[in-house]
Design a binder for this molecule. Structure first.
Ligand SMILES: NC(=O)C1=CN([C@@H]2O[C@H](COP(=O)(O)OP(=O)(O)OC[C@H]3O[C@@H](n4cnc5c(N)ncnc54)[C@H](O)[C@@H]3O)[C@@H](O)[C@H]2O)C=CC1
Ligand SMILES: O=C(CO)COP(=O)(O)O
Length: 330
């Protein structure tokens, strides 16, 4: 099967290598011409992922050539670039191709989920792939389980057949809204977990942030139409665990740097890859205001990132809120 991967960052490159192992005909598209020259000559994506790129993977900067005759087109750019890519794809994608989105985010200007942005331009079936899946581990064939979501289960099954092997297990979930929100919103909590680590707090603090973080993610998710149980699945608690605890997480790493006193700009520069939680904090904060959902952790992360609040003061604000009942976790 011809599968095109759009975006040669860490996740796009890892998925391209994984799908090549499964015997598919893979085209990897990238925008950056300098990066293209380097990767074609070295077969290595030095900036984004420490892995050899097999010769059989065809690499191009021509989107039309990439999308042409592809049965599946995988969008693997950061969420802020999904609109631009979808717009460009409109004229070159086969109308029967399945679009698989890997980006985890909520557009800051429109507050739309990624599948909603894609569907503004494309009439193709769209499947969302989310869950705990650091590219660095997938490329090493470390056992990983993720989830696929789409309005059409048959389309999910086609992607499950094409993408799954003994090291990469894919479940199907009908709750597209919940799967997309789980994958996006956990990045805010991962920033918080990192900030807590950077401040020198302990495992108790992180466990509290993750649990209460899940509660507020679920509250917003339910208000936006998700099934609350989705947040107990791979795209919810699964991804929350990996992102808040792994040193591979760019969101957690950014949080650690901020907790240690670096500015947001310094942290982002040092990481040099996308830190989706920053934009998602903006989007979730706006959504919480529009829908009147209490999201105290998101509010404090927003204040740290965009209003210069001292992280210690943010923790103090969270710990001294009004007395509450736990109310079944949410
Ligand atoms: N890296 C990972 O382990 C995982 C990443 N994701 C998600 O996948 C998405 C992509 O993440 P990564 O590959 O990690 O990011 P990255 O920062 O490693 O790479 C992003 C790539 O997209 C390219 N890019 C940026 N803007 C572009 C544009 N306008 N047009 C075309 N290309 C553009 C960059 O040049 C770079 O090659 C994010 O939403 C992320 O949350 C999801 C699961 C795992
Ligand atoms: O979503 C991810 C893992 O599932 C990647 O997280 P980071 O972007 O924080 O590295």
């Amino acid at each position: 099967m011809k599968i095109s991967i759009l975006g040669a960052g860490s996740w796009g490159t890892a998925i391209a290598i994984h799908l090549n192992r499964l015997g598919h005909q893979i085209t990897l598209w990238m925008r950056n011409k300098n990066q293209f020259k380097e990767i074609v000559s070295t077969r290595h994506n030095r900036k984004y992922l420490d892995a050899d790129i097999p010769q059989e993977i065809f690499i191009t900067t021509d989107l039309e050539e990439a999308a042409e005759n592809s049965s599946i087109v995988v969008i693997a750019v950061p969420s802020h670039a999904v609109r631009e890519i979808s717009k460009k794809l409109k004229d070159v994608i086969d109308k029967k191709a399945i679009v698989v989105n890997l980006a985890k985010g909520i557009e800051t200007s429109t507050l739309k989920r990624m599948s909603e942005v894609i569907k503004e331009y494309l009439s193709n079936d769209v499947v969302v792939l989310s869950g705990p899946s650091h590219a660095e581990e997938v490329v090493k064939q470390i056992p990983t389980a993720c989830v696929l979501a789409s309005d059409d289960i048959k389309t999910c099954e086609a992607v499950q057949d094409a993408f799954m092997d003994e090291n990469f297990r894919l479940y199907i979930n009908k709750d597209v809204v919940g799967v997309e929100l789980g994958g996006a919103l956990k990045n805010i909590i991962a920033l918080g977990a990192g900030i807590s680590d950077g401040l020198g707090f302990g495992d108790n603090t992180k466990a509290a942030l993750m649990t209460r973080g899940l509660a507020e993610i679920t509250r917003l998710g339910v208000a936006l139409g998700s099934d609350p149980l989705t947040f107990l699945g791979l795209a919810g608690v699964g991804d929350l665990i990996v992102t808040c605890t792994s040193m591979l997480s760019r969101n957690r790493k950014a949080g650690i740097l901020i907790g240690k006193g670096k500015s947001l700009e310094e942290a982002l520069k040092e990481i040099g890859m996308v830190v989706e939680g920053v934009n998602t904090t903006k989007s979730a904060y706006k959504l919480s205001q529009i829908h009147k959902i209490e999201m105290p952790i998101t509010k404090e992360i927003y204040s740290i990132l965009f209003e210069g609040k001292n992280p210690y003061e943010a923790v103090y604000s969270l710990m001294t809120r009004d007395k509450k009942h736990e109310l079944h976790g949410i």
